[in-house]
Design a protein around this ligand. Sequence first.
Ligand code: ADP
Ligand code: ZN
Length: 293
Amino acid sequence: MRIGALEAGGTKMVCAIGNENGEIFERVSFPTETPEITVPKMIEYFKEREIEALGIACFGPIDLNKKSDTYGYITTTPKLAWVNYDIVGAFKKELNVPIGFDTDVNGSALGEATWGVTQGLENSIYITIGTGVGMGIITNGKLLHGMLHPEAGHMLLRKHPEDTYEGKCPYHKTCLEGLAAGPAIEARWGKKGIELADKKEVWEMEAYYIGQALVDLICILSPQRIILGGGVMHQEHMMPLVREEVKKQLNGYLKTKELEDLENYIVLPSLNDNQGIMGCLKLALNEIEEMNA
Ligand code: ADP
Ligand code: ZN
């Protein structure tokens, strides 16, 4: 089967062709300009390749409620050209194939859960810590949607006692994204994360926030494994520090075999940065299955 995959991001749109086994045959990327400029290029790409279904993992917020009049729309995004844009409708009209649709990070969560390190687990979380913080949650074998979709990157956190930075989120200041995403690191320390590699205090504070968020998530959602991706996790010393913080902040409250083995519980993504595109393939397959149900 020829399946189209679209990872719709704020800076680039990655379009790819793959199959039901998660194999990817080709891909291109287009810069994210306005819908009028960018969408026709993507439609042409997919039309020429005669895809049978399409999966879109999209920056948000987006409307995922199939009963809503604005299902398939990008809603209140800060990328103004895309506010209230019917992205699913635009592709549907031109391609007339089944289209699966979800958030960008849900795409990655699904890719890993189908072909990667969370395969076979009923409950897992995929977190990306980059320009923002996104979270995809799989619960009882399904991506968690709910009223909208989880926006757990904006969970409110307790400040580190030595942190004098006010927080970067325009809505909450001291949420996880406001305290720990790449731009918050840069604003707090005056340099980009990549230039701060040898500053121990930077990464200890970072791990304090990520660890705190993970403890909340562990207590609320009881995941069987947590994946941490995104640019900030490219800092090699982050993972051990985060595991250490989780242990410290949980403080022995929960005892499970997973928590005894944190190296296999809190892990990096496993699909060589293909998790998002592979997740799109699975979104398309899920949509076909739902249509046939
Ligand atoms: P995006 O979230 O935009 O898709 P990334 O996941 O690459 O992209 O995240 C970009 C952010 O991560 C930037 O704020 C950047 O400073 C930070 N970042 C990227 N690489 C590193 C690194 N090696 N160490 C620390 N921070 C990094
Ligand atoms: Zn926030």
